[in-house]
Ligand binder design. Structure first.
Ligand SMILES: *Cc1c(COP(=O)(O)O)cnc(C)c1O
Length: 391
């Protein structure tokens, strides 16, 4: 096919050329002083970007950061709150159970963010302080909702509960603000293939001093994922539990530089917010056959939108087939929906290395697929153009 295909899935995301090129560099001796200082410089930048006391890294996908965070903070049998705002929260809870931990769900309507009042009440009810803390998926990639971290912080404080505050920011880091230091978040999880615009394979737990104190007391068996050697490593090998992923680190350097060149992470988040608003203006203009899943405007994530398709369901049009047409004929890959939304919605990722014409191209490609399948809709492109031009 001529030209470039457009990736409008919520990860892996578009990769800037400077980051792709970083992977073409030959390997180096990771034992050299030069490489050690190269990595230490990256770490200083990462600690600043996260607002963290320390940053733990794993040559692993986001699931690795999930498991590492669980087994470094929890004893077997320990319970903690984990609001069930979508599939990723569910998978994290399943992983916790498989590892011998005891997540306590908080019910969440899949069209809404977790309710801070329910978190508050569950913490107040825990008079023995047996809950280790609140673990929450910030951007729930399956539903497109965004948790209100400041409100959850307030709920924890108001409850007087001493628990930890742990945030899965895998989809939100560098797309919506995650003010770790300001909100006293104890762990922020991130992964390379979303807002960091890299290939999958490197994930992080940025941690607070309080998290380190907790970690020192926990005796759960762990080895590769243990934080102990990663906290103040004597040599670069220890940061990664083995051979440093050299080219991923070249790419991470390029990713941090790319973010800095755009004006820093706050500026990057503002771009995501602008592009997301334009995308949603388009989706809303498609008309009655479509509904943005996240019904509260303040709870809509800048990384991804889940769009319900009641019109296609009523018309007997298979949303999966429309997505195949969008991808294979019009060069735009969007994602299917998950959980009970399967077959009744689809998802558009608008994160990573993305600009205005790329977004408009992706929206246009989706509309081409709608027409090819006789999906009843108004064009939303004009609305997106308006939002971008006025925003
Ligand atoms: C993508 C994602 C994950 C899982 O990341 P993997 O790299 O696929 O393991 C976890 N949580 C959220 C919110 C995500 O978006």
């Amino acid at each position: 096919m001529a030209g470039r295909d457009f990736l409008a899935i919520p990860g892996p995301t578009n990769i800037p050329d400077s980051i792709l090129e970083a992977f073409r560099r030959p390997s180096v001796d990771f034992g050299s002083a030069e490489f050690a200082s190269f990595v230490n410089d990256i770490w200083a930048d990462l600690e600043t970007m996260f607002g963290a006391y320390r940053v733990m890294a794993y040559p692993a996908v986001g699931h690795g950061a999930w498991e590492a965070t669980l087994c470094n903070l929890l004893e077997h049998g320990d319970s903690f709150l984990l609001p069930q705002n979508g599939l990723f929260a569910q998978r994290w809870a399943d992983m916790a159970v498989a590892n011998g931990f005891d997540p306590k769900p908080i019910d969440v309507d899949l069209r809404r963010a977790p309710d801070p009042a329910l978190i508050h009440d569950a913490l107040v009810a825990d008079t023995a302080h047996s809950l280790v803390g609140v673990f929450v998926a910030h951007t729930e990639t399956s539903t497109g909702t965004l948790a209100d971290l400041a409100a959850i912080r307030e709920a924890i404080d108001a409850s007087g509960h001493p628990g930890l505050f742990v945030v899965d920011a895998i989809a939100s880091f560098a797309t919506d603000p995650v003010p770790m230091a300001e909100l006293g978040i104890d762990v922020v999880l991130a992964s390379s293939q979303k807002g960091l615009m890299m290939p999958p394979g490197l994930s992080f737990s940025a941690i607070s001093e309080k998290a380190i104190e907790r970690n020192a007391k926990v005796s759960t068996p762990r080895s590769f994922f243990s934080w102990a050697e990663r906290i103040d490593p004597e040599w670069v090998y220890q940061r990664f539990g083995g051979t440093p992923p050299v080219q991923h680190l070249f790419a991470l350097r390029a990713a941090i530089d790319h973010i800095e060149a755009e004006g820093g992470i706050d500026e990057v988040c503002m771009r995501h917010r602008r592009l997301a608003a334009a995308a949603r203006a388009c989706f809303a203009a498609w008309g009655e056959g479509f509904e943005i899943n996240a019904i509260e405007p303040t709870e809509q994530a800048s990384a991804v939108t889940c769009i319900r398709t009641p019109g296609m369901v009523a018309g007997g049009i298979d949303v999966a087939e429309v997505l195949v047409t969008a991808r294979d004929r019009f060069g735009v890959a969007a994602s299917s929906a998950m959980l009970e939304l399967t077959g009744k919605a689809f998802r558009v990722g608008h994160l990573g290395d993305l600009n205005e014409p790329m977004l408009l191209g992706a929206l246009g490609g989706l509309e081409c697929a709608f027409r090819a399948h006789n999906v009843s809709h108004e064009s939303g492109l004009e609305a997106a153009v308006g939002a971008l031009a006025d925003g």
